[in-house]
Design a protein around this ligand. Structure first.
Ligand code: PLP
Length: 461
């Protein structure tokens, strides 16, 4: 329980408590979604009146640090410090089973990288070319390789509409730099990839959640939001949605494209997980190439450290993407794009992808064998799965209890857009465990925990 030491804080006590809370958030002592003590409990601890705590929490709410949820308590606000919320979690204890990150299954890439580098070392002319300035969107041959990699997901893009980016995150940023201005309304799935929210925060955009179901964004909710907010863009992940794993049917994709056309809204389709899924439905960008910007990346399939991604834009706006690219970094490193392109051209990328799929299948079967009975949403080829917790579990309690058992997971709070009221749930990235057997160790703990009743949190009124 948070127990601030107020001896270094001057001024009225309620301000001192709000200041201490601000410092605790900065230092990481308090984190997004943490529940604060009840008014009575903190008043007793600090030797102040309940009224002082109420004023302190009201002040913290005014400053945007906390959200009070009627009947549930006061929590550190999830929308606070969006930029910092989106980060790689720190070192974990050596034995902990860490299921928090959506990484590809760790594989030895050193060997394949040294082979590509040795090949390049034997081509000094090409090396020198790659070490010079190149066109902002990337070398033509790199964009041609991207065409063939994207074809695997059902997208038939033309090389001149592709920009090579510094990964998927950079592609989202470039698309939003190209299409929006500060203050614009922007729509997304009600729960989405936190990196997207970090960007909306940096660009001073106003994100609005759109209701979703088992297929992702609901077209009628999208249409209602278009009427209400006149947004510029809808960001969504139709295939293996992060965090819910939802996959949109083809008819749902057509319905979304239809709404986007009627309301003149751009769709930013995040497709970073699509290569993993065999027989994924046609991408939105295939259905509505005039309205959709399409993102893919080498991170989830080949290697995140390559920082290579691809952004396919409708021809009318590709110059805006080029402008954003030049303004931010001139171009993505041609050297890294060359390595990714060689891997694609030689068939090595396909081999690495197949390895990922093979490993994911083993891990996700394990996941299902332990957790399917609790309503787990999963896909054999997904990096992550989604579990809505059985009543009366709350995700914050579950995460704390799991942590005590050496298993690290994250809850719905990390994915909520604005004030969306999400179910109590956790995301489990089977891919981020060290090995299948280590994963199994964690799953046993989680299943055992789910069979227990949560211990009620002591509240004093
Ligand atoms: C849905 C989604 N989009 C984009 C990204 C960013 O990928 P990259 O590493 O290529 O920047 C991620 C990474 O977790 C993601 O889950």
């Amino acid at each position: 329980m948070w127990n601030p030491d107020l001896s270094d804080y001057n001024g009225p006590r309620y301000i001192a408590i709000a200041d201490a809370m601000s410092d605790a958030i900065k230092s990481g002592e308090l984190n997004d979604g943490d529940r604060l003590p009840t008014h009575r409990a903190l008043a007793d601890q600090l030797g102040v009146t309940v009224g002082t705590i109420t004023r302190a929490y009201t002040e913290a709410e005014r400053r945007g640090f906390v959200n009070a949820r009627v009947g549930r308590g006061t929590f550190i606000a999830t929308q606070h410090k969006q930029g910092q919320r989106f980060r790689i979690t720190g070192e974990t204890e050596p034995d902990a089973v860490d299921l928090r990150l959506n990484l590809p299954v760790a594989k030895d890439r050193a060997m394949v990288l040294s082979q590509s580098m040795a090949e390049l070392a034997a081509e000094p002319e090409q090396m020198n070319r790659l070490l010079g300035y190149q066109p902002d969107s990337g070398l033509p041959e790199h964009r041609e390789q991207a065409v063939s990699w994207l074809k695997q997901t059902g997208l038939h893009a033309s090389a001149e509409n592709i920009a090579i980016t510094n990964g998927g995150q950079n592609a989202i940023m470039l698309a939003l730099l190209a299409l929006t201005r500060p203050g614009d309304m922007i729509l997304s799935e009600a729960m989405t990839y936190p990196g997207f929210m970090a960007i909306t925060h940096q660009l001073h955009l106003r994100p609005q959640p759109v209701a979703m179901d088992d297929e992702g964004v609901i077209p009628s909710a999208f249409e209602d939001a278009c009427k209400q907010f006149s947004p510029r863009v809808l960001y969504c992940t139709p295939t293996l949605q992060n965090p819910t794993t939802a996959i949109m049917s083809e008819s749902r994709r057509e319905a979304l494209a239809d709404v986007a056309r009627r309301y003149n809204v751009w769709i930013l389709e995040d497709s970073v997980n699509s290569n993993l899924l065999p027989d994924a439905p046609a991408p939105l960008a295939e259905i509505a190439p005039d309205r959709v910007l399409h993102i893919n990346s080498a991170s989830k399939t080949l290697a995140a450290g390559l920082r290579v991604g691809w952004l396919v834009s409708p021809p009318d706006i590709k110059h805006l993407v080029s402008n954003a690219l030049r303004a931010s970094c001139w171009m993505t490193s041609p050297l890294l794009a060359e390595i990714a392109s060689r891997w694609i051209a030689s068939g090595l990328a396909q081999t690495l992808l197949d390895e990922q799929k093979y490993e994911l299948e083993i891990r996700n079967r394990l996941l299902a064998s332990y957790l399917a009975e609790f309503g787990l949403k999963y896909n054999l080829y997904s990096l992550h799965a989604w579990l809505e917790l059985p009543d009366p579990w709350r995700s914050s309690d579950f995460i704390t209890r799991a942590d005590k058992q050496g298993v690290k997971v994250i809850g719905e709070d990390s994915f909520i857009v604005a004030q969306y009221r999400a179910p109590q749930a956790i995301r489990l990235s089977s891919s981020s465990a060290w090995s299948a057997s280590h994963l199994e160790k964690g799953l046993k703990e989680l299943a055992a925990l789910l069979r227990q009743e949560p211990v009620p949190v002591l509240s004093v009124f």
